[in-house]
Design a protein around this ligand. Structure first.
Ligand SMILES: *[C@@H]1O[C@H](CO)[C@@H](O)[C@H](O)[C@H]1NC(C)=O
Ligand SMILES: *[C@@H]1O[C@H](CO)[C@@H](O)[C@H](O)[C@H]1NC(C)=O
Ligand SMILES: *[C@@H]1O[C@H](CO)[C@@H](O)[C@H](O)[C@H]1NC(C)=O
Length: 500
């Protein structure tokens, strides 16, 4: 669930900036030789096993982005066939029935998806490069070459270190031995996310002790202390070092795409997440930034990560949390169990004590809720976050609850059917048919696993919670049948008297 939330998160943050690619309906069909190799379930294994490095595209013939990629991919394949050693680009029609097992093996969730297969397919990586011919060639050349490049001039490090990249350099007196091997393995393992280099001469590096001959690992980053040295060579320690050191003390979020890789890291971290939203153009920005940075420094290594977000770029987050611009500057903390804690209209001097109160468990969770409706007498009852406990759990009734989104087409289709279900049960006092707008209300994820809309759950009068799964049709008859099968009897008036 944490993973699900974080991926929703990342897309909420970044969605506004993904370039919408128009669907080109006619991919040029070339008469000549195809450089992209076609594979399928019958021959992929035999083919891949022969290659130390290969890129495979999983596509579907009807997918617009795939059609757009096709000519670029083909062009890249033709260029890559001329370099030495050559690199093969392949493709698989993952929509074909017989290839579907492959698609699930490779965890393909959308089209097109590209995977890099190394060492005869024993290592599978995500392709994180561009999608134009030139970009594909550059990225693939780099990925298929050595993971760590020997640094032989002072210009190299400066050319790699920029606003987005993290460069990890191994300084070794000689390029052999256990420690060097472990560094090389580290570079192989993390090459998709970081740049790696090695050198025997620390004078070629822009920062840090230039007289050191190593062995040591020096990580360069475009924020905070700019470089950090590390001298342990145990694999786990190395991986942990790179991953932890490359997260900024405070992650910035605004419209500038250079921050986005770090925003993704922020949301993928297992820590609780503190997010301070304010107007970056406001006169108080610097005061907030300084105080917030000090605070983040203080909480390093204490399972809490910090993000500073510009309200101008955060509409997605505001909608997700049900926040309003009048509440800015605000700080919100999301914990891994999905609870949120909010301090609206915060001042720079209040942040530290509020975060301490949060850590001490004094702050009450914040729940996003629509107001409880004053009138609620339609057959399908309206539930909001603030009334969910009363209507669904404390009523002692059998409740069918629909989680919907206002924009969802399948929900609109289901609405009249639910109305009919509710109408036909109107004289049955033991059953409630209800709905909740899951985009405007926080829902207890530990009870209801809502992965899409509409999702229907049934809670029996005895407290059993059952999902109305996707295998079932959403017809009036099927829903009524489901209710009858799962309902329990409702306690008599006498026995519930105590609670009333
Ligand atoms: C794999 O099989 C497919 C379907 O038979 C064929 O089109 C393709 O050329 C084959 N690829 C290789 C590399 O043999
Ligand atoms: C290299 O990594 C392995 C696996 O973590 C570890 O056992 C070994 O001690 C490391 N070598 C050195 C020199 O640290
Ligand atoms: C942020 O502040 C600037 C300058 O004061 C102002 O022009 C802008 O409208 C503000 N943006 C928001 C979203 O409040």
């Amino acid at each position: 669930m944490a993973l699900y939330l974080s991926s929703v998160w990342i897309s909420l943050f970044l969605i506004a900036f993904t370039i919408t690619v128009s669907i080109s309906a006619t991919a040029e069909e070339s008469e000549s030789k195809e450089f992209v190799v076609t594979l399928d379930h019958s021959n992929i294994t035999d083919f891949v096993v022969k290659h130390k490095f290969i890129v495979v595209e999983f596509y579907a013939p009807w997918c617009g982005h795939c059609k757009k990629l096709a000519p670029e991919y083909e062009k890249a394949a033709s260029i890559l066939s001329t370099i030495d050693p050559t690199v093969v680009l392949a493709k698989i029609d993952a929509s074909e029935e017989q290839n579907k097992v492959l698609a699930s093996e490779f965890e393909i969730q959308g089209f097109p998806t590209l995977r890099i297969l190394r060492y005869g397919g024993s290592v599978v990586e995500e392709y994180k490069g561009p999608r134009d011919a030139e970009g594909i060639v550059t990225y693939v050349k780099k990925q298929s070459g050595p993971a760590s490049i020997e640094i032989i001039s002072p210009e190299y490090a400066n050319s790699v270190i920029d606003d987005e990249n993290i460069l990890v350099v191994g300084v070794f007196p000689e390029f052999s031995g256990d420690k060097f091997e472990n560094f090389t393995t580290l570079a192989e393992r993390l090459r998709a996310d970081y740049e790696f280099g090695h050198t025997a001469d620390a004078k070629l590096l822009p920062l840090g002790d230039s007289s050191s001959s190593g062995p040591l690992v020096r990580l360069f980053k475009p924020f905070d202390e700019l470089f950090v040295d590390f001298q342990e060579f145990d694999m786990d320690a190395l991986v942990k070092f790179v991953e932890e050191t490359s997260i900024p003390t405070v992650t910035f979020f605004n419209k500038d795409p250079k921050h986005h890789a770090f925003v993704s890291k922020f949301f993928n971290s297992p820590n609780s997440k503190a997010m301070l939203f304010l107007n970056f153009s406001s006169e108080h920005f610097e005061a907030f930034k300084a105080k917030y940075h000090d605070l983040a420094q203080q909480y390093k290594g204490k399972d809490l990560s910090f993000l500073l977000g510009d309200v101008e770029a955060s509409q997605g987050a505001f909608q997700y949390f049900g926040l309003k611009e009048e509440q800015v500057p605000l700080i919100i903390i999301q914990t891994n169990d999905g609870q949120n804690y909010l301090k609206p209209n915060v001042e720079p001097d209040q942040i530290a004590s509020w975060v301490k109160d949060f850590k001490d468990g004094i702050v009450q969770p914040y729940k996003k809720s629509e107001p409880i409706p004053e009138v609620n007498n339609e057959p399908v009852k309206v539930v909001v976050a603030d009334s969910l406990q009363d209507i669904v759990f404390n009523s002692g009734k059998n409740v069918l609850l629909e989680f919907y989104a206002p924009w969802c087409g399948h929900c609109k289709k289901l609405a009249p059917i639910l109305d009919e279900v509710a109408a036909s049960l109107q004289n049955d006092a033991d059953v409630i048919i209800a709905k909740i707008d899951a985009t405007a209300n926080d829902i207890p994820h530990e009870i209801f696993d809502v992965q899409g809309y509409p999702t229907l759950y049934f809670k029996s009068s005895t407290g059993n919670v059952v999902l109305y799964d996707g295998e079932r049709d959403r017809t009036k008859e099927d829903i009524l049948d489901f209710i009858q099968k799962n309902r329990a009897s409702v306690a008599k008036q006498e026995s519930t008297k105590d609670e009333l």
